[in-house]
Design a protein around this ligand. Structure first.
Ligand code: AMP
Length: 403
């Protein structure tokens, strides 16, 4: 995607408004909010260090949580300023507001290499409505707009898209990398190109399936969504998760796969249980079905079985490009996580393959399986990466300058 990045413009001495994703998990300790996972802060460091080395004046903005246009001290970005300061080894200033006099005065006072973090942009109701007036006020703080918040790029909000109408707009290094892997690499992927899709619902991913049926050599379907395909094939699925209203869509996808010559594999065996308690993370006694056996009444499929793992792994082992989105089972529960972890490990073992893990739960699974450092790329954006895979234009990306 030929979008300009911070590498393509002169940022020295310029006030750069950088939209980042500092939507970190916070733990309420009563008198303070504590950051429980600073991964998202760390992911912005390459961009921030680049800008600081070039002597830019950095003004950071982000959303945190869903304050819905109201000021909420429990969703303040203030703790992030302190943590970012520790990571960068400098003092990060903080403005109690993301627009207005105080923010403007602090932005104007920045020297080269200084960093200022603005308060949560979602304290303004206009943010999520992409209010141009609010966007204009964000823009008034800076001379350049940098979007490094890939995880929010599928939203047309004032700080992710609207602001770009008022300033020269470029991508940060994280955004640049996301677009390179989640988009550019997949335009002409090295083959065999194998796509693994799982997770709960067909309806969430049918557009991705449809689009990838035009590109992939092989599609492997696991997780809850496999059972809607099983229904479409007339197989018994017991009380497994399914979407009967998506059966026709599933049939159409199966027909398209046949027409296009795309190998389309469903699980041939499953781990099944009679009871699943997601809240307590427990399941009743379970067993594997034998290949070809349907799922009996009263039982539900919660993972793919060993034969399916074998079939899927054989495809992954021969692949040159793999995209994975969605777990193979209810991986949050240990007894139902074997299939997901096995797939994560097979991907990691194929060192001659470009492996792209597309956001959300598959990222958690890769990390839980301990193989995160053995895959080529892990996307930071769940929704945004799915929309890119669907072939959609993301508003936060469309707004950036062309190269
Ligand atoms: P998604 O956000 O669509 O990728 O879905 C992820 C969720 O799908 C996870 O919370 C999994 O527990 C859930 N999931 C995966 N396989 C199954 C299954 N066989 N039955 C019910 N839920 C599943």
């Amino acid at each position: 995607m030929a979008k300009k990045s911070i590498r393509d413009i002169d940022v020295t001495g310029k006030r750069c408004l950088v939209r980042v994703d500092f939507n970190v998990p916070l733990d309420d300790k009563g008198d303070s909010m504590v950051i429980t996972d600073d991964t998202r802060i760390k992911e912005t460091l390459p961009t921030l260090k680049y800008l600081l080395e070039k002597g830019a004046k950095v003004i950071l903005c982000s959303h945190l949580g869903r304050p819905k246009g109201q000021r909420d001290p429990k969703q303040s970005l203030k703790p992030v300023a302190a943590r970012l300061g520790e990571l960068l080894g400098l003092t990060v200033g903080f403005a109690e507001d993301s627009i207005g006099e105080e923010a403007q005065a602090k932005a104007q006072a920045l020297g080269n290499g200084d960093v200022l973090l603005l308060e949560n942009v979602r304290f303004y109701a206009g943010e999520e409505k992409n209010d141009p007036e609010l966007a204009k006020q964000f823009a008034a703080l800076a001379e350049i707009y940098v979007n490094d918040a890939f995880g929010s790029a599928h939203r047309a909000h004032s700080s992710t898209a609207g602001v770009a109408a008022f300033l020269p707009a470029v991508s940060g290094l994280l955004m640049e990398k996301e677009l390179a892997y989640m988009h550019d690499e997949l335009q002409a992927p090295e083959r065999p190109f194998v796509v693994i899709l799982g997770g709960a619902k067909v309806s969430d991913k049918i557009k991705v399936i449809d689009r990838l049926l035009d590109k992939a050599d092989t599609i492997l379907i696991g997780g809850g969504m496999a059972y809607t395909f099983k229904l479409a094939l007339g197989e018994s699925i017991g009380k497994s998760l399914s979407e009967p209203d998506q059966v026709d869509t599933a049939k159409a996808a199966l027909a398209k796969a046949k027409e296009k010559g795309v190998k389309f594999l469903l699980p041939v065996d499953n781990y099944i249980v009679e009871e699943l308690n997601f809240k307590d993370k427990t399941v009743g006694p379970g067993r594997y079905t034998t290949p070809g056996e349907g799922i009996p009444d009263g039982w539900e499929g919660v993972d793919i079985g060993p034969e399916s793992v074998k079939n899927f792994s054989a495809e992954v082992a021969a692949a040159k490009t793999v995209v994975w989105n969605g777990p193979m089972g209810v991986f949050e529960i240990k007894d139902c996580a074997k299939g997901t972890f096995a797939i994560a490990e097979t991907i990691a073992e194929n060192s001659s393959c470009k492996s792209i893990i597309g956001g959300g739960d598959s990222v958690k699974a890769v990390k839980k399986a301990g193989v995160a450092d053995k895959v080529t790329f892990i996307s930071t954006g769940g929704g945004a990466s799915l929309e890119l895979l669907e072939g959609k234009e993301l508003p936060g990306v469309a707004a950036l300058l062309e190269k």
